[in-house]
Design a protein around this ligand. Structure first.
Ligand SMILES: Nc1ncnc2c1ncn2[C@@H]1O[C@H](COP(=O)(O)OP(=O)(O)OP(=O)(O)O)[C@@H](O)[C@H]1O
Length: 233
């Protein structure tokens, strides 16, 4: 169980969100939405322990994440929107390092298998700077196939992907949630993915609130013409 209580975050002079409460249980997905600059990445980084909130607490299985430290990071797979891919390394080398750093080393055979499944068979030994944006994204997403972490935090995982890769990622997320995993993700698009237990959180709301949704889960997207509302910190 991931629990957020009374979380507040400022960046510069702006209060991005305040007094935010949420709970995510095994087998649930949280779709985080909001306009550009509303604080989605900030919230994800706070959930990963990469950024200290101004107030509030984040607990994993009842323990504050800063106390759990490595025990929390072992349970967490975070894919940021910049992919975390080193251009001078091959896909295989990038994944070998990422798996080791996450405490779950993978064999080269397993990594090559994951790259093949994600549509990069034959590209394993190419430096990633020579891959297209979508192919780099696929290298990063191959970590989903190699990780045993129950909690996936994914920042814009669908960006730059073609239709085939979107369908594959939909499937990976759906199976993970059905198997009792937890997923927090951001997208600017409506989510086509259908999972049984989906929550939506829109940071554009003055007081962000959690909305459980039916399947398929579609929340109205943010209105680009809408005035940006400042939550009170
Ligand atoms: N290091 C920083 N110092 C000051 N302000 C920052 C910093 N990082 C981000 N911000 C500001 O915090 C706000 C929220 O940024 P964030 O990246 O969380 O938004 P987002 O909702 O993920 O946006 P997008 O949809 O464009 O990716 C932005 O206004 C941004 O300028």
């Amino acid at each position: 169980m991931l629990e957020v209580s009374a979380l507040s975050c400022r960046r510069g002079e702006r209060c991005l969100f305040s007094a935010l409460d949420l709970q995510l249980a095994p087998g649930q997905l949280l779709h985080l939405q909001g306009s550009n600059g509303s604080g989605k990445t900030t919230l994800l980084r706070a959930l990963c322990g990469l950024l200290h909130p101004d107030a509030g607490q984040i607990r994993w299985h009842g323990e504050p994440i800063e106390r759990l430290a490595e025990d929390y990071y072992r349970d967490l797979l975070y894919l940021g929107h910049l992919n975390g891919i080193k251009g001078d390394l091959t896909g295989l080398e990038n994944l070998r390092i990422a798996c080791r750093l996450s405490g779950q080393p993978a064999s080269d055979g397993a990594i090559a298998g994951a790259l093949a499944r994600i549509g990069l068979g034959g590209f394993e030994d190419l430096p990633c700077r020579m891959l297209s944006q979508g192919q780099k994204k696929r290298v990063a997403l191959a970590r989903l196939l190699l990780s045993k972490a129950p909690l996936w935090i994914l920042d814009e995982p669908f960006s730059a992907l073609d239709l085939g890769a979107v369908a594959l990622l939909d499937e990976l997320i759906r199976v993970h949630v059905e198997d009792g995993g937890l997923v927090v993700l951001t997208t600017h698009q409506a989510l086509t993915l259908a999972v049984g237990q989906q929550l939506n959180l829109n940071l554009d709301a003055t007081t962000p609130s959690l909305v459980p949704s039916l399947v398929p889960a579609l929340m109205p997207g943010p209105d680009p013409a809408a005035t940006i509302m400042e939550p009170a910190c």
